[in-house]
Write a protein that binds this ligand. Structure first.
Ligand code: SAH
Length: 365
């Protein structure tokens, strides 16, 4: 019977809070099948069978914040901290470019050692070396003027998950130095400046209810982001939430489908966390409505230190290539990872495509 809600969702692009709660609470095989069918048709209308790739560079794991769920939180004394130099980051981009990437995502903690000027200079040098590439930043909360500087320097996209749209829930996941108001302010500033903006949340974060998820969906409808990043919460043992349960694969896939139907032209990644909780997570994500994948271009020597959660997929190379120098070994590993992704996507009926992969909204509306 909840099929009627799906029809309404596709027509009106939003439901009421209580309808969202009903929809989430009445998930079963038939309803999911109907949802994924609708999501798949909408995805295809805007993006065909294309899968966009973005090269993810996790350039620093220093962070001044202390989010209770995150493995690189300031008070985790067990992580070895690293910070890549601009030259190293440019080196990652150069290698990525040769492999075919035309979008780079520079992600990191809120690192006081990487000031606004340095990040602006970094963006400028990536754009100068690769004018045909899009640069996405994902470095947390900053004043509007700083976001504007980075935009002027050439960053066109920004990822900042809202984490949860419920105020009390937000406060239960973060220390008092972080506020839901500021997070929201950042997202609306980013949109207003003109960034292709991405929000998102973890599925199954500690204390999360269907009521909270309904708020998340309403928030997404209000913000109208160009990108939405969602993935299951996965505990990290050295955090306060180290003994909590991971989020559900099935609920994550269902939410991917719902978001695709709400925002048919959204850029929706099948995230690393999804792949971490299930070996076929990427394929399943695509079948649920995702159309983006973000392979990791972070140098292997530090990759393990960007430990947001336990068991994070590191895509390590280094097997059977003992005659190669480490550099070549690493490039071979990244090439192999990309070929593996291509094969998997083709087997699932999709094709990895080159290009910047911008949001279709501007073109089709
Ligand atoms: N400092 C940046 C980047 C944060 S890391 C920022 O604030 O945006 C990127 C995302 O990883 C976070 O937004 C969070 O949703 C997710 N993440 C962090 N810890 C996680 C965990 N234990 N399980 C799953 N996802 C997690």
């Amino acid at each position: 019977m909840q099929e009627i809600l799906l029809e309404k969702l596709e027509r009106e692009k939003v439901l009421s809070r209580s309808e969202f709660i009903t929809l989430l609470g009445s998930r079963d095989k038939a309803l999911s099948g109907e949802l994924f069918g609708r999501a798949g048709r909408l995805r295809e209308r805007y993006y065909g069978k294309d899968v966009y790739i973005r090269g993810l560079i996790e350039f620093t794991n220093f962070c001044k914040n202390d989010c209770y769920y995150c493995g690189i939180r300031a008070s985790n004394g067990k992580v070895r901290r690293y910070r890549l130099t601009p030259e190293e980051i440019l080196g990652c981009c150069r290698k990525g470019y040769d492999l075919g990437y035309r979008t780079f995502v520079l992600q990191g903690g809120e690192d006081m050692g990487y000031g606004p000027d340095e990040i602006a200079a970094l963006v400028e040098s990536v754009k100068k070396a690769h004018p045909d590439c899009a640069v996405t930043l994902s470095v947390g909360e900053h004043p509007r003027e700083v976001y504007q500087r980075w935009f002027d320097a050439g960053a066109e996209r920004y990822l900042l998950r809202h984490e949860t749209a419920d105020e009390a829930h937000y406060r239960s996941l973060h220390p008092s130095s972080c506020s839901p108001e500021n997070r929201r302010r950042c997202l609306f500033d980013l949109k207003d400046i003109g960034y292709q903006t991405g929000c998102g949340f973890m599925v199954g974060s500690p204390g999360q209810t269907f009521e909270h998820l309904a708020e998340d969906l309403l928030f997404i409808h209000k913000l109208q982001p160009e990108m939405v990043g969602i993935g299951p919460f996965i505990p990290q043992r050295d955090t306060p939430f180290g003994d909590r349960r991971a989020g559900s694969l099935e609920l994550t896939l269902f939410l991917l489908g719902v978001i695709r139907v709400m925002l048919p032209d959204v850029l929706l990644p099948a995230t690393t966390a999804l792949r971490t909780i299930h070996p076929r997570g990427l394929e399943m994500g695509m079948l649920a409505g995702a159309n983006v994948c973000m392979p990791n271009l972070t140098p292997e020597r530090v990759r393990r230190q960007y430990a947001l959660y336990d068991g994070k997929e590191c895509g390590e190379s280094g097997t059977g290539t003992e005659n190669m120098a480490p550099e070549e070994d690493e490039e071979a590993g990244q090439r192999e990872a990309l070929n593996d992704l291509r094969r998997r996507m083709e087997a699932a009926g999709y094709q990895v495509t080159a290009g910047r992969g911008d949001c279709r909204r501007m073109l089709m509306r």
